[in-house]
Design a protein around this ligand. Structure first.
Ligand code: RNT
Ligand code: ZN
Length: 413
């Protein structure tokens, strides 16, 4: 049935000049960096400190992972239901301490040995993030702090994390993306907007000045428009980081929850990529604010996917960033990653050159008509076959596996 429908779809796409076999190969070759933090509501393993930094997880669905073993088991479960080979994105707060726990300014590669073993066994690449939140020293400010002891602490954290990312790349034979995001900002109108940004600039200068292998670590900086409790001013704004990245040859990371709601992250990609060879993405679903809902197969995601495909997926370091504790967390991963893949597939199944030619010819009636007609082409039939070919359940059949895992494992926690 799945195969028969695929054969029909193949013919239909042939009719618009698209080879579905090639498309499936291309889709299988696009890795998505899967964020570990969906599995435990961004808790990490340092203790039971509260999530801070102006980001929030809501919901208390049962079965949250509490230990590295549980989180790894849940990731495995999700991976078994997601087609293709992907990457895993870790935060520094997921260090695994055997015995003595160290603070974030003393983290070393050895604290991530178990993650590297996990990734090696599964053929996953690893990406990394310093954790500048959920810590007593991050309550007021981090890299922009006017308390030199605090700022030094966080600078050291950043340097340590670069070395850990370098270790990941060396061990796994694939470059690691090291993404810096800090929550620093003010709730109310600041008197001095410049000094915190100048300190952030100096802190970053110190961090990236360490000796590291640039072929192994891609450093990115992630801006934001506001956070809870930091509504009026964000030190690491878009303009700040876009310029910082350009001047220092770093990557900009665009999180589509971090702009004003009517701005289009898809639209930003074509501008960014004229000035930088690569851009990093956090795909999320902001509902009215930076709510980090699970990625949906919606217009926003499909437009981003369209730009990713048009620019060459190898130039976009694609990661997801959402955290929803109101539903089964393993299902959240599966839904979000599969939706991103469906969006990429839709873009791969679109005859972009033909549409671009219509734009050039100013044939806007035909362009709109075709764009709308192509929406109902049988993407789903190709998707289901792609799942089968990659050894994961097609359609909603994956849900039964998650439900069983919930009964057997999650509800017993
Ligand atoms: C926060 C940023 C950041 C975090 C993760 C946990 O608004 O999006 O990327 O979500 O680092
Ligand atoms: Zn993000």
């Amino acid at each position: 049935m799945v195969k028969a429908r695929y054969e029909q779809a193949k013919e239909i796409y042939d009719g618009i000049g698209i080879n579905t076999d090639e498309v499936m190969r291309a889709l299988a070759g696009i890795p998505i960096s899967i964020h570990c933090w969906q599995g435990d509501d961004v808790s990490g393993f340092e203790g039971d400190g509260e999530l801070s930094g102006g980001i929030q997880v809501t919901g208390n669905y049962p079965g949250k992972a509490r230990t590295p073993e549980e989180l790894m088991a849940d990731i495995d479960q999700a991976l078994s239901l997601i087609p293709g080979k992907h990457r895993l994105n870790l935060h520094a707060s997921y260090a695994i301490f055997d015995g003595e726990q160290v603070d974030r300014d003393a983290l070393e590669p050895k604290h991530f040995e178990k993650w590297v073993a996990f990734a090696k066994e599964r053929g996953l690449g690893l990406d990394f993030n310093p954790t500048y939140f959920s810590h007593p020293k991050s309550e007021v400010a981090t890299l922009s702090s006017n308390d030199e002891a605090i700022r030094t602490f966080w600078i050291e954290h950043g340097k340590r994390c670069i070395k850990i990312a370098e270790y990941f790349a060396t061990e796994l034979g694939t470059p690691s993306l090291l993404n810096i995001w800090i929550p620093d900002g003010f709730k109310d109108i600041p008197a001095d907007r410049t000094a915190p940004r100048a300190r952030l600039k100096d802190s970053l200068d110190q961090i990236i000045a360490i000796d590291y292998d640039k072929t192994k670590v891609d450093i990115a900086v992630e801006s934001k428009v506001f956070g809870i409790g930091m509504e009026s001013y964000t030190v690491g704004s878009h303009e700040f980081y876009m310029n910082y990245a350009a001047k220092n040859d770093l990557l900009c990371l665009l999180d589509n929850g971090h702009y004003h709601p009517t701005e289009s992250t898809a639209d930003k990609l074509s501008s960014m990529l004229l000035f930088a060879p690569k851009v990093a993405l956090h795909v999320t679903r902001p509902v009215r604010w930076d709510s980090d809902h699970i990625v949906s197969f919606d217009d926003e995601t499909r437009e981003m996917a369209k730009e990713i495909i048009r620019h060459g997926a190898e130039n976009i370091l694609l990661g997801l960033d959402f955290f929803d504790a109101s539903v089964n967390r393993v299902a959240a991963w599966v839904i979000g990653v599969r939706n991103m893949q469906k969006a990429l597939l839709t873009a791969l199944l679109t005859p972009h050159d033909r549409l671009a030619a219509l734009q050039d010819a100013r044939e806007f009636t035909e362009l709109l008509a075709l764009q709308e007609e192509f929406k109902l082409y049988p993407v789903g039939d190709v998707w289901h076959y792609f799942c089968e070919q990659n050894g994961v359940p097609a359609k909603e059949d994956w849900l039964a596996v998650v439900k069983k895992y919930e009964q057997d494992v999650l509800l017993k926690r």
